[in-house]
Ligand binder design. Structure first.
Ligand code: PNS
Length: 165
């Protein structure tokens, strides 16, 4: 598959998007001509940010990238990828602890949709400990998250937890 024919998908819950996610999305946008950020609507999870809030925040923080589209999906990622004619799934890998689940997901997706590739990028060292759950916990108890999330997300978290600036 040549890079110019790639339509890449960066999937996730993005509750909310972090600097770690943004780093992976920006790097994917440099490598491939079209990138779709795909936000999972998971009826089994109660997210802090609604689907529309998550999509909106991603739109705001990726506004500087002209080849990014933000979309949402429920159900299987491979079904979404086929619907939008995506042919590559791009994911960030943080620590060894991510590996097992990511390996399982990549092989399951490959079994269901052999024509779709999965590619992993190692996260930047400074974001290797970051997760949306950790950020929500820090923000919930009034800790500083300004180095961990884009300013728009910092503000949205402050509003959610009513720590007004
Ligand atoms: O940000 P997350 O929660 O780690 O993202 C996980 C995500 C959305 C990539 C993953 O849960 C997913 O692809 N869900 C869709 C359901 C699916 O396709 N499952 C089968 C293969 S794992």
């Amino acid at each position: 598959m040549e890079a110019q024919h790639v339509k890449a998908i960066c999937p996730g819950s993005f509750d909310p998007i972090t600097n770690g996610h943004l780093d992976i999305i920006e790097r994917a946008a440099q490598l491939f001509p079209r990138v779709i950020v795909a936000v999972l609507e998971n009826p089994n999870k109660k997210p802090l940010f609604s689907l529309m809030e998550r999509v909106d925040l991603i739109g705001q923080v990726t506004a500087h990238l002209s080849n990014i589209e933000v979309s949402c999906f429920s159900g299987l990622l491979v079904d979404f990828a086929r619907r939008v004619e995506g042919n590559l799934i791009v994911k960030g890998l943080r620590a060894i602890s991510d590996f097992e689940i990511e390996f399982q997901m990549a092989l399951s997706n490959k079994k269901m949709a052999p024509e779709i590739e999965t590619m992993f990028m190692m996260t930047k060292n400074e974001y290797s400990f970051l997760s949306s759950s950790m950020i929500k916990e820090i923000a919930h108890f009034g800790g500083a998250v300004h180095d961990l999330v884009p300013p728009q997300v910092e503000k949205a978290l402050a509003l959610k937890f009513e720590h007004y600036f």
